[in-house]
Design a protein around this ligand. Structure first.
Ligand code: FAD
Ligand code: NAP
Length: 313
């Protein structure tokens, strides 16, 4: 259906930043429209336990995001299932076009499009994506019951993926290019104590090995980064967990970005290089990238929108 909707505040993204901006924007009587995108609830919907959301010692990521959506709606945010395919920030009102055909015009925009998994960029990784190569253990771990799998990376995501996979897999090899993990100490401790996980330090993935018919992974070839020595590890699944890149497709040519594409905001602010456009959460944060910091930035953005619009009025 093609229609045009006007709003004082358009929020793009439905992770912790977007929903928190919705709560605060609603309470500022801005009657925000929030467009969810293709991952309603954002990155926390692809994890299991979240243990660092203040006030709840342990909560399932998808449950937390259902609650955040309900909270934003209860406060007065109109939550719409659509994905913005283009965003014109050259003049106000700003114009966004959704995949549903709806055009959204807005006096202000909060960008909360978050981040998505990075890939190594090798041909064999691409070839076996969906056929043994994955970036989401929560989504695909179940398929590897009793199998050997490998996880690539050394951050929180890699360690959590490795721990999660031990529920299904026979053995998990964590392949990391250094001998030091970036992951939080508590996660490192759980990793080291888990008898199903074997870390392989100073190694990098060289190639995913597999069969053609049916297309399936049979192992990986890894390289020792100190000696260049190669070895093959038989496995059925390869989980790539080497970090996340900001989802900046809508604004990479219009807003100032830095540090590999993160949207630049003014110091102590969520204001971007275009007045009336604010950015919150992983799209702008190359340092902390946590649910709670994203939510905090969503709050800041909505408060700044309120101030920006009332100064204009
Ligand atoms: P995201 O959660 O990335 O959400 C982005 C939203 O933008 C999505 O809803 C998407 O659909 C939408 N979007 C994107 N493009 C468009 C578009 N063009 N149009 C409309 N919508 C769009 N953090 C913690 O604090 N604790 C944890 O335990 C934790 N565990 C994690 C586990 C995993 C596996 C991962 C990947 C991350 C984890 N994190 C954790 C990090 C945390 O998930 C992120 O910091 C947080 O989700 C970022 O929130 P956000 O609102 O910025 O964006
Ligand atoms: P990250 O912290 O950036 O870690 C990425 C890891 O992948 C690093 O160990 C890095 O190695 C490795 N790596 C990067 N590029 C590589 C390459 N080309 N080849 C081989 N290895 C490579 O990313 P993340 O673990 O996805 O975490 C992202 C953010 O989300 C972080 O802020 C994290 O705290 C947050 N998060 C939080 C939780 C939680 O709170 N429980 C859970 C998941 C994610 P080096 O160490 O050598 O650089």
């Amino acid at each position: 259906m093609t229609e045009t909707r006007h709003t004082r505040l358009l929020i793009i993204g439905s992770g912790p930043a977007g929903y928190t901006a919705g709560v605060y924007g609603s309470r500022a009587m801005l009657e925000p429209i929030l467009v969810q995108g293709i991952q309603p609830g954002g990155q926390l919907t692809i994890t299991t336990e979240v243990e660092n959301w203040p006030g709840i010692a342990e909560v399932q990521g998808p449950d937390l995001m259902i609650d955040m959506e309900a909270h934003a709606k209860a406060a007065g945010t109109e939550v719409i299932a659509d994905h913005i395919s283009s965003l014109d920030l050259s003049k106000r009102p700003f114009t966004a076009v959704g995949d549903t055909g709806t055009t959204y015009t807005a006096d202000s925009v909060i960008l909360a499009t978050g981040a998505q998994a990075k890939w190594l960029g090798m041909e064999s990784e691409e070839k076996f994506k969906g056929f043994g190569v994955s970036a989401c253990a929560t989504c695909d771990g179940f398929f590897y019951r009793g199998d050997d799998v490998v996880v690539i990376g050394g951050g929180n995501t890699a360690v959590e993926e490795a721990l999660f996979l031990t529920k299904f897999a026979n053995k998990v090899t964590l392949i990391h290019r250094r001998d030091e993990l970036r992951a939080e100490k508590i996660l490192q401790d759980r990793l080291m104590k888990n008898p199903k996980i074997e870390p392989l330090w100073f190694h990098q993935l060289d190639e995913v090995l597999g069969d053609e018919d049916p297309l399936s992974v049979t192992g990986v070839r890894v390289k020792n980064v100190k000696t260049d020595e190669m070895q093959e590890i038989p496995c059925k699944g390869v989980f790539v967990a080497i970090g996340h890149a900001p989802s900046n497709e809508l604004v990479k040519d219009t807003l100032e970005t830095h540090m590999g594409g993160y949207v630049v905001t003014a110091p102590d602010s969520t204001a971007t290089s275009i007045p009336g456009v604010f950015a919150a959460g992983d799209i702008t944060d190359h340092i902390y990238r946590q649910a709670v910091t994203s939510a905090g930035m969503g709050c800041m953005a909505a408060l700044e929108v309120e101030r920006f619009l009332s100064e204009e009025d």
